[in-house]
Design a protein around this ligand. Structure first.
Ligand SMILES: Cc1cc2nc3c(=O)[nH]c(=O)nc-3n(C[C@H](O)[C@H](O)[C@H](O)COP(=O)(O)OP(=O)(O)OC[C@H]3O[C@@H](n4cnc5c(N)ncnc54)[C@H](O)[C@@H]3O)c2cc1C
Length: 291
């Protein structure tokens, strides 16, 4: 199948792109931003999405960067995922985000797909939203009223829906400094290498005098959007960083899930089981990681 007909614009500046989106929105016309096209183009081809107009960000040129801003890692929205995966700065400053990026699709997808595109797309099975929930991540959006920063907890609303307005462009993602010695891991299960995960779990925590502190656990692929597993976090907080505690937290992670998704590849019960197994693996792997 071919995409339904659409008009195409490729603005040269962010201001031009925002003004164009605002004008089209005011005219009641359905415009969609095009970044790397790795999710949008298949959706157009299948006619799952039928926007009247595509606003291509690839001519902007200014949203492709990875930099250290006084300890905060800033990544421009149009930076390719492979550039993020290959970056020594990303590996040093945000090792969990770097590891998550290597799990996204195949190299060809990562070469074309943008960092911002994955966050804006908010696929429930994507690694990125879950990672954003456990890291202190801020999303910078440019719109007709200027720029604003949205915290990860407020950014992901539901299935493929974020807090971005139709007139806003995600311009950058910022990660607060990752404390030295903090433990981290990401574990997922997919049917084939490079597929979107059937379920996944990511964790971060500190170990202070043998006890777990600042525990964050998030799951992806199980509900309409990534979610923090707060009951499991609470169970582990202040407890010894030991296998028995990890086992208890994993059981709680699975038990507390509210009605996991079901599809032809995995039932709701199977996804619940996976979350338990993956939480245990991630906690154990994080604890064993040299720091
Ligand atoms: C075979 C295959 C395997 C994949 N596996 C994975 C995987 O394991 N994990 C994973 O996370 N993803 C996976 N993906 C999806 C891939 O990561 C996409 O690159 C990503 O979802 C979208 O990035 P993009 O730059 O291509 O955005 P596009 O496809 O161009 O856009 C996606 C959506 O985001 C919006 N958008 C894009 N950029 C912006 C912006 N700056 N501001 C506002 N809105 C914006 C678009 O309007 C559109 O709605 C896979 C894709 C394929 C084809």
């Amino acid at each position: 199948m071919k995409p339904a007909p659409f008009d195409y614009h490729a603005p040269a500046t962010i201001d031009e792109a925002v003004a164009l989106l605002a004008r089209l929105d005011g005219e009641g016309r359905d415009a969609k931003i095009l970044a790397g096209g790795q999710s949008l183009m298949p959706m157009l081809a299948l006619r799952v999405a039928r926007p009247e107009i595509l606003v291509d960000l690839r001519r902007l040129g200014t949203l492709d960067y990875i930099r250290d801003e006084a300890g905060t890692l800033a990544i421009g929205a149009m930076t390719s995922k492979q550039a993020a995966a290959d970056s020594a700065l990303v590996r040093r400053a945000q090792p969990l985000f770097q590891a998550a990026t290597e799990l996204v699709g195949h190299r060809q997808i990562r070469n074309r797909g943008s960092v911002g595109g994955s966050f804006a797309h908010a696929d429930p099975a994507s690694e990125y939203p879950a990672v954003a929930l456990v890291l202190d991540t801020g999303f910078e959006a440019a719109g007709p009223d200027g720029s604003r920063t949205i915290a990860a907890a407020d950014f992901f609303i539901t299935y493929m829906t974020t807090a971005l307005e139709p007139t806003e462009i995600l311009t950058a993602v910022r990660f607060a400094p990752f404390p030295a010695g903090r433990r981290w891991a990401i574990e997922e299960f997919a049917r084939r290498n490079g597929d979107l995960a059937l379920a996944g779990v990511t964790v971060t925590f500190d170990v202070d005098a043998g006890l777990c502190r600042n525990v964050r656990i998030a799951a992806f692929g199980v509900q309409a959007t990534a979610l923090r597993l707060t009951a499991a976090e609470a169970l582990l907080e202040g407890r010894p960083a030991q296998a028995a505690q990890f086992d208890a937290a994993s059981k709680e992670a699975a038990a507390a899930l509210d009605d996991p998704m079901s599809c032809i590849h995995a039932s709701s019960a199977y996804r619940r089981h996976l979350v338990g197994v993956l939480t245990a693996r991630a906690l154990g792997q994080a604890a064993a990681r040299p720091h």
